[in-house]
Design a protein around this ligand. Structure first.
Ligand SMILES: [Zn+2]
Length: 397
């Protein structure tokens, strides 16, 4: 048996975390500033200066296994000073080596900073209850101040990954990413998040502790974090302030019963929406059951990847995806069902379709097998099976 490596701790495994989980072989990209003091990926040895806060540091992207990343976020080095190896939770493209949001291509993980003395045990209960796979670890200054304050980080893998190119511009991607980070904090228990660290290119120190200071890390088994419902949650006021009408703000007006739909089919469904069905419709289930061949990935089953019903408007018709459907009431974030496409549907002046337009297009393209019998389709859309009673809290009864 090999001697344990000095300085490495063993994380506490929780919620069925298993090192033989085949998903731990998935590949993920991180971007790190090279450090000679033991960075991600197990590099060890040397006593050179760490570079994480060095303005001249060159940040380079690298591919890792998911298991390797989680382990990197679960084991400690002893370090007198806070500064040490740090990573951005995704792939920064080529550039001048600086850590900045303009370089972010994709994010593979979401991280949350909890620096406001939240109770570690309550946090771990929240993470366990969320059912998410995650690494939870205390930070370098955890319980070392006066008064001692608990400081925790939680890192979860994303599914699907967050691609900046799927958004209209960097500003939109940043706004969505902030919503995703806040959504993650909500999902693991609703603790107060340090919002400063919701930048796309935000960096996270790998775990370290001061000599003799308390330090704990945990790995939780569970699902990957499906961020899409949180990104779909609107930042409409911000957009309106910029004089734009976003798809999200339009969809809010359109359901229930707004006049904003721009297709005949969408308008034909406005009565259906006004009757309250938009707020209960389990569209992901409906598509999975009636239009399975339009599903790209069943995801969490409440939020699924689908072929875009308006894929003919995509600038590259060979990329019909980039669209998702989310059940009404899912995750307390979705007052109505959601259909959302990341592509710019140029012929409508951008993403002008309401969710009723999307749904109607599926019906008229006969996704569900009702031919041109719109009434029969509508009848199915009203069935109890796909419209359970949803309580105020958004939970399906
Ligand atoms: Zn589309």
């Amino acid at each position: 048996m090999a001697a344990p490596v000095q300085g490495w701790n063993h994380p506490v495994l929780c919620n069925g975390f298993h090192w033989d989980d085949p998903r731990l072989l998935d590949r993920a990209w991180l971007t790190h500033a090279p450090s000679r003091q033991g960075g991600m990926g197990g590099a060890r040895g040397g006593n050179g200066p760490p570079h994480a806060s060095d303005a001249k540091a060159v940040w380079l992207a690298d591919e890792f296994s998911l298991g390797g990343v989680l382990m990197g976020f679960a084991r400690y080095r002893e370090r007198r000073h806070k500064d040490g190896p740090a990573v951005v939770l995704g792939h920064l493209g080529p550039g001048d080596g600086r850590r900045k949001s303009e370089r972010v291509v994709s994010l593979y993980f979401c991280g949350a900073d909890f620096d406001h003395d939240i109770d570690g045990e309550a946090l771990r209960s929240g993470v366990a209850a969320s059912g998410l796979m995650a690494a939870v670890y205390s930070t370098h200054s955890h319980l070392t101040g006066d008064p001692p304050v608990q400081k925790w980080r939680v890192i979860t893998p994303l599914r699907p990954r967050f691609d900046v190119a799927d958004f209209r511009d960097l500003r939109e991607a940043q706004a969505k990413w902030r919503a995703v980070c806040c959504g993650f904090a909500e999902a693991v228990g609703g603790f107060e998040l340090d919002q400063a660290r919701t930048d796309l290119a935000g960096a996270f120190y790998l775990p370290s502790h001061q000599p003799g200071a308390p330090h704990e890390s945990y790995l939780f088994g569970g699902e990957f974090f499906d961020w899409r419902p949180y990104a779909a949650k609107v930042s409409a006021p911000e957009r309106r302030a910029r004089g734009q009408v976003s798809y999200s703000s339009r969809s809010q007006q359109a359901a229930p019963g707004g006049p904003q739909s721009i297709t005949n089919g969408g308008r034909a469904l406005s009565g259906w929406a006004r009757a309250g069905y938009a707020e209960t419709f389990q569209i992901a289930d409906f598509i999975a059951d009636y239009a399975h061949d339009q599903v790209i990935d069943l995801g969490t089953h409440d939020a699924i990847d689908i072929i875009c019903p308006f894929a003919e408007h995509h600038s590259d018709p060979d990329q019909p995806g980039g669209c998702w459907a989310v059940n009404a009431g899912f995750g307390d974030q979705t007052p109505t069902f959601i259909v959302k496409c990341h592509h710019n549907h140029a012929e409508t002046g951008g993403a002008g379709y309401t969710l009723l337009d999307y749904l109607a297009k599926m019906v008229t393209d006969d996704w569900f097998g009702f031919g041109d019998d719109f009434e029969a389709a509508q009848h199915a859309l009203e069935s109890e099976e796909y419209n359970p009673t949803i309580s105020q809290g958004g939970e399906v009864k």
